[in-house]
Design a protein around this ligand. Sequence first.
Ligand code: GDP
Length: 443
Amino acid sequence: KPLVAIVGRPNVGKSTLFNRLVGRRIALVEDEPGVTRDRHYADAEWEGRAFTLIDTGGFVPGEKDTLLKQVREQAQFAVEECDVIIFVVDARAGMTTADEAVANYLRKSGKPVVVAANKLDNETGQMQSLAGEFFRLGLGDVNAMSAEHNLGMGSLMDSVVSKLPEKVEGEDAEAPPDDGKIRVAIIGRPNVGKSTLVNAILKEKRVVTSEVAGTTRDPIDSEVTYKGNQLILTDTAGIRRKKTIAHQVEQYSVIAALKVLERSDVAVLLMDATEPAVDQDAKLAGLSMDRGRALVIVVNKWDLIAEDKRRQEAFREDLKIALKFVGYAPVIFTSALHGSKVEKVVDVAVELAKQFRFRAPTPQLNKLLDYMVDNNPAPIVKSKPLRLYYIAQVAAAPPTFALTCNEPQGVPDMYKRYITNQIRKTFDLRVPIRLLFRERPGK
Ligand code: GDP
């Protein structure tokens, strides 16, 4: 899917716009019930065209930087990684130097830009005149709008979609191609050992590893036959821009994952055993969950704490909390450098790829439904007991189940979790599972 970035200085309304454009969609997608995380990217759709929207304010925080530097970095990031840029300005506050600086940069880049003149709440014709000032930026059309009051959103989206690159076949597909090949994305922060792991798997130095975080490498897809399975390994360490600004490097691992996960069956998330789980690890794990991809958590460099039982224990504890929301994912402790447990990573990835495309036999599903209804008292929804009538698997990759019931909107998270866990247990699935709740047809 194409990427659309929202840039602009703080407080112009980037997050409000982001939430406005994707809010509904986020509410609809239930990956793991009850999990809410701060998302700075989401899938959106307009006039039948799907794209991924990124709020760069969340992606490139740069707390310590000056305002101008912050916005410039956001813009740079957007120019290098995204297809269309929504440049948000505060039309009530008027033009600022930061706006002009960013506009200059964007104009020179040649990337398609849509100017969103935000905070124009009244409809008295003042809108156009206040927005008009921003024509001077030389970025073309200026869309007068109010994200907060939901005004002018349609024409803004029309402009965005008209500037997207031509549609490529298969870009909207939810699932990676089902051609018998297993696509494995190796994701993780810089320097955790992604390339080293890929090398260890390939058992030949086809990928250049480096001690320096942020060294430029090209993204590499390696095809390898392993125990009769055809694997395609993508080392996301290669998806990195040329002139990296130090603190941005980690953000790039998320973008790299965002670009690769769509066409992968399994994500192998590497972590560094010598560093406790950080926000960035959780973001990457969350992204694999958002994308509904199978996940293997690999704690690499285990050799470095091999002698230290206390640190091992501390790491395990920390991991349990930080990545609780992907509790279904297997965890493997490796030393890619010494080849320890590397084979296990591949074995597990292959197994998860099979589970990812699992299809449950209908009789067994029906039996499971009976069991669930008998064994867990149905919750009361809108002062009526929830009734589940049917269950059916409506998709694989990831396994997606539809439940027909009397109150599809009101199923409590706890009960969703119960159902998810029962499905996992019954079919021995350690991949994300999606649930849809539907009303009885004809009702
Ligand atoms: P990437 O940025 O995630 O691709 O990381 P690299 O594969 O380039 O590895 C970064 C550094 O960590 C290199 O110096 C590797 O030799 C080292 N490294 C990778 N895996 C291990 C490991 O299992 N144990 C130890 N001790 N070092 C490792």
